[in-house]
Design a protein around this ligand. Structure first.
Ligand SMILES: [Zn+2]
Length: 263
């Protein structure tokens, strides 16, 4: 179960990474051209046709269209596809290295800033004379600070919201995992106590660390002495309490056995 949940989180982070990769392509292309990066929908760079919603799905849309523009049939550079895939992998790597916390958000943000700064410079050198003249004509030259600032603000908003959304999801998963660990520990200790001879039964407290969470397991055994019962009717009652802390919250799980006959 744990591995599937982990794989699902990794998959989500990969998808977020490809979305950002797609946005990076757009930003590095448009920033040197002094084009708006928010309001204008993505378009094919050869026929200028606006892309539809399904054309915007990273990685998949490229594969489905066989790397060609749906509208003009012009080949789309594999650079876009690779950028999306690699970016997805980079985000997953960051997640595996830094875990799920504020550090991850900051690392991704710094990565985005460096990526767009360098990418925009590279894309600037690939502009045609025509495009350069167009910018000069519009009297927009030199550094494009305003575009960069807008890009950075958007990155921050995008990333913060993406991480807040998945963080809540992740919190719930952690809670589920912690609880299932507690149930496992309680059942294990209960089974152990039930399988123990009456004479060697005793109460005990032990600790266990699972998935980086500390669990305190208290197994309480109530014996009914032979003063109360005939030897063959001896019964025992076992309570197992598992206590643990998660995100500053103190949680517990209890199991109680029915009064059972002694083995
Ligand atoms: Zn096209």
């Amino acid at each position: 179960m744990l591995i599937f949940l982990n794989l699902f989180v990794i998959f989500c982070i990969f998808v977020i990474g490809t979305l950002f990769g797609s946005f990076f392509s757009l930003a590095t292309y448009r920033i040197p051209r002094h084009q708006d990066i928010i309001a204008t929908r993505s378009y094919c760079t050869s026929c200028k046709h606006r892309l539809g919603f399904f054309d915007l799905i990273p990685v998949i849309s490229y594969l489905v269209r066989g790397g060609k523009c749906k509208y003009c049939g012009e080949k789309i550079s594999i650079r876009y596809f690779l950028l999306e895939v690699i970016n997805g992998m980079v985000f997953v790597a960051f997640y595996l290295i830094f875990g799920y916390n504020l550090k991850l958000l900051l690392v991704c943000l710094v990565y985005a800033i460096i990526f767009v700064l360098i990418g925009a410079q590279i894309m600037k050198t690939k502009m045609t004379e025509e495009e350069k003249n167009e910018i000069k004509k519009n009297n927009k030259k030199g550094v494009f600070i305003s575009e960069l600032v807008i890009a950075l603000i958007i990155f921050t908003i995008f990333m913060a919201s993406a991480f807040i959304l998945t963080r809540n999801y992740n919190k719930n998963i952690n809670k589920m995992i912690a609880r299932s660990n507690a149930i496992n520990l309680a059942v294990k200790n209960m089974e152990m106590a039930l399988a123990t001879d009456y004479d060697s039964l005793y109460s005990y407290t032990t600790t266990s660390k699972v998935d980086n969470i500390d669990y305190m397991i208290t197994t309480s055994v109530t014996k009914f002495s032979d003063e109360d019962f005939d030897r063959e009717d001896l019964v025992k009652k076992i309570d197992v309490q598992v206590e643990y802390m998660l995100n500053g919250e103190s949680l517990e799980f209890n199991v109680k056995s029915l009064k059972g006959k002694v083995l």
